[in-house]
Design a protein around this ligand. Structure first.
Ligand code: AKG
Length: 275
């Protein structure tokens, strides 16, 4: 287990928000930090239901060790890591994207309520991008870790779009949660000039890690992280020896705002590379 305190120069814990706080207070916290982080926002049962469904697909396709508990997500010994954009990954990911529980997940009322506050509209007016996103991140594959970036680079459309990242299960720092650069959304959009060969997305923002400060945490069941399309964020590497890290991230915007046509299409199954 990695102790955040040992890394405190550059990694500090998220500021936690209370979902019952007033809209003004939550918006103020977002403006300050570039994110809102909630403990246990989504009921644990719902997280575990989606986790089970996703892991059943992974098990059926031979990614997981059948001699272990499915819910532990232990990768089958000898399984070669794969990641977004590769055919072996896409074949499984397509099945995940078709799971009704996975598809319905971002419509959870607790999530729509917070998205509505950030967008200053009623929860029932919030448009959830049909492009649902899942991540299945292998151990022993650190080069694939998502580099620092702003979601606007990918989603375009309305700048006023918010992402919500939720691990489908507990996600201690060593399993590779998400980290945010506090205050970064106030700097506006930056050019994504850094190249990260083999990483998810492949490009990012050049960050001097020797001086950067990030906020992150050990994510528990149902914890949710909301951030703006200009908030700089990155994944932490999956440093476990044998566990798959699974998560979902979804985007929320006002229905009348501009939307890029791609946001209406399925994620990550058209732009395949070959192993
Ligand atoms: O989970 C990841 O590795 C990346 C997630 C991400 O960058 C996002 O939610 O925008």
């Amino acid at each position: 287990m990695i102790n955040l305190a040992e890394k405190q120069t550059h990694y500090l814990p998220f500021v936690e928000s209370d979902p019952q706080a007033s809209a003004a207070e939550l918006r103020g916290q977002f403006q300050e930090n570039s994110y809102l982080f909630f403990r246990g926002l989504v009921p644990s049962e719902k997280i575990l239901q989606v986790r089970r469904a996703v892991l059943e697909v992974c098990m059926a396709d031979g990614w997981l060790d059948p001699s272990t508990d499915l819910m532990d997500a232990i990768v089958r010994p000898g399984m070669k890591p794969t990641s977004e954009g590769y055919p072996g990954y896409s074949a499984v990911y397509r099945k995940v994207l078709r799971l009704p529980v996975f598809h319905d997940f971002p419509n959870d009322p607790n999530l729509l309520k917070i998205a509505g506050i950030l967008l200053d509209i009623a929860p029932e007016e919030v448009l959830v991008h049909p492009r649902r996103i899942g991540r299945m991140t292998f151990p022993n594959n650190q080069g694939a870790t998502t580099p620092p970036h702003q979601d606007y680079f990918y989603i375009r459309g309305s700048v006023d779009t918010y992402s919500c990242w939720i691990p489908l299960g507990e996600c201690p720092v060593e399993l590779g949660g998400l980290a945010i650069m506090p205050g970064s959304h106030r700097g506006g959009y930056l050019e994504h000039t850094a190249r990260f060969q083999g990483a998810v997305g492949g490009v990012g923002i050049p960050v001097d890690e020797s001086t950067a400060t990030w906020h992150t945490t050990d994510f528990g069941l149902g914890d949710a992280l909301f951030f703006h399309s200009h908030s700089i964020h990155k994944a932490l590497p999956n440093l476990t020896s044998d566990r798959l890290r699974i998560s979902t991230d979804n985007r929320y915007q006002r229905p009348q705002d501009r939307i890029e046509p791609d946001a209406l299409l399925p994620h990550g199954v058209a732009d395949e590379q070959f192993d």
